[in-house]
Design a protein around this ligand. Structure first.
Ligand SMILES: Cc1cc2nc3c(=O)[nH]c(=O)nc-3n(C[C@H](O)[C@H](O)[C@H](O)COP(=O)(O)OP(=O)(O)OC[C@H]3O[C@@H](n4cnc5c(N)ncnc54)[C@H](O)[C@@H]3O)c2cc1C
Length: 398
């Protein structure tokens, strides 16, 4: 009598249930893997702020079957407009909604971070999630991946993915490259109701601000980005970037006040300061990144998202890259089920040209923002057009 060996699905343990960890869980489940999530926090959640999802990220969410839900929960800004910091004069205005689908194959969206996070959590279905699981390291032991937690417990799997953010314990263990670099930028994050946005700005009100517009101000010592979020774009997300040599707070995110923000932007356009006067809850963040790593995988352990490639937010691509990582990793694991370590070697080889580009270009954009006459925004077209869903193999920047 012939016996057929029944292959069990590969088991994947994901450390960290942020946007990157959850998106990876959805992608892996879609390919039939058995997934378990481990999150350090006692409660699952995301910071109450906005997030831009580029066409490249939307295309991955589409492949995961989540585009319709995203469209119901996020907003599609009409255009991107830039005005001068002092007079509010128009620098440029580029259509977004009218061209994104045709030019990039998917819309450019803005979302409330907790909405995206909740959407991904729902999409993981009955994937087991252990809260309060503080991972202290992961290793390959005798052909098995083992994650260890601070309470003395451990979890075994075929693969462990460190999606544990910029201060990743797994990255420190395997690729210990010291503390992240303070980028000389901090940012305030706040949300105001859309009805406090002026209809016209600039001398004599020459610039019309339509409802649903994304607009930015570049000035001395920083830039301010405002974009609509919420189902109907009924709230305005404010990102107030500020150049400072030192981040003196111990924490990376601390409560602030509208007065502090207004004081930092003294002399900026009155319409902008007026919007700041409507801010109720506000936090400030130190912005950190790291140099690209030469390698992200060791044995059966790998990294994903900010753990692998933390990035300045100036190109709004960190979470997009995390979402892409999970999709590509799931595809490679599905291709190499018999050789997990080969899949984990192929994964950074495929991803790094893209994520290195984003890290370095995000720094370049920050440097440009500080120039007296900022050059045009770094062109992200190739990133949007060459998407990881369609393409296989390393996507090398044009
Ligand atoms: C001000 C600002 C604005 C931004 N705007 C954008 C934008 O518009 N678009 C965009 O694409 N990106 C943006 N980003 C970047 C984006 O926020 C990050 O790239 C993204 O959140 C990374 O997701 P992640 O899941 O890899 O990491 P995180 O979101 O950091 O998630 C890591 C998770 O792991 C958990 N964890 C940590 N350590 C452990 C441990 N030891 N054990 C278990 N669990 C652990 C954490 O609690 C957390 O839940 C912005 C960033 C900032 C700071």
């Amino acid at each position: 009598m012939a016996f057929h060996s029944v292959k069990r699905p590969l088991k994947v343990a994901i450390i960290g249930a942020g946007i990157g960890g959850l998106a990876a869980a959805v992608a892996l489940r879609q390919r039939g893997f058995e997934v378990a999530l481990y999150e350090r926090s006692q409660e699952l959640g995301e910071v109450g702020a906005g997030l831009q999802i580029g066409p490249n990220g939307v295309k991955v969410l589409r492949a995961l079957g989540l585009e319709d839900e995203l469209m119901r929960n996020a907003f599609e800004p009409f255009s991107i407009m830039s005005v001068t910091w002092d007079e509010g004069r128009l620098r440029f205005c580029q259509p977004l909604k009218a061209i994104a689908r045709q030019k990039y194959g998917a819309p450019y969206m803005s979302a409330y971070r907790p909405d995206l996070h909740n959407m991904l959590r729902r999409a993981t279905g009955d994937t087991p999630l252990t809260l309060g699981a503080n991972c202290i390291g992961a290793d390959t032991v005798g052909g098995t991946a083992v994650a260890c937690f601070a309470d003395g417990t451990s979890a075994e799997a075929d693969v462990v993915i460190g999606a544990d953010g910029i201060r990743s314990a797994i990255r420190a263990q395997h690729f210990g490259d010291g503390a992240p670099r303070f980028t000389e930028m901090m940012a305030w994050r706040a949300i105001v109701p859309m009805d406090c946005v002026p209809e016209r700005i600039g001398p004599n009100g020459e610039v019309a601000v339509r409802h649903g517009e994304y607009f930015g101000w570049i000035g001395p010592n920083g830039h301010v980005i405002c974009y609509p979020i919420g189902v109907n774009g009924d709230k305005l997300n404010i990102f107030g970037g500020h150049v400072t040599e030192q981040w003196v707070e111990e924490s990376w995110s601390v409560p602030s006040s509208r007065e502090e923000l207004i004081a930092a932007k003294a002399g900026w356009n009155e319409a902008l300061l007026d919007m700041f006067r409507h801010v109720e809850h506000i936090f400030k963040w130190g912005i950190y990144d790291r140099d690209p790593l030469p390698q992200w995988s060791r044995g059966r352990v790998t990294l994903l998202g900010d753990a692998a490639h933390p990035t300045m937010p100036t190109l709004a691509q960190g979470a997009n890259m995390a979402i892409e990582d999970g999709f590509v990793l799931a595809r490679l694991l599905a291709r190499h089920t018999d050789d997990v370590e080969a899949a984990l070697r192929a994964y950074p080889a495929e991803r790094k040209p893209r994520t290195d580009w984003v890290t370095l270009k995000s720094r370049e954009q920050f440097a440009n923002n500080r120039k007296a006459s900022p050059p045009p925004f770094v062109d992200r077209t190739w990133l949007f057009v060459n998407d990881v869903v369609r393409e296989e193999g390393a996507l090398t920047p044009a």
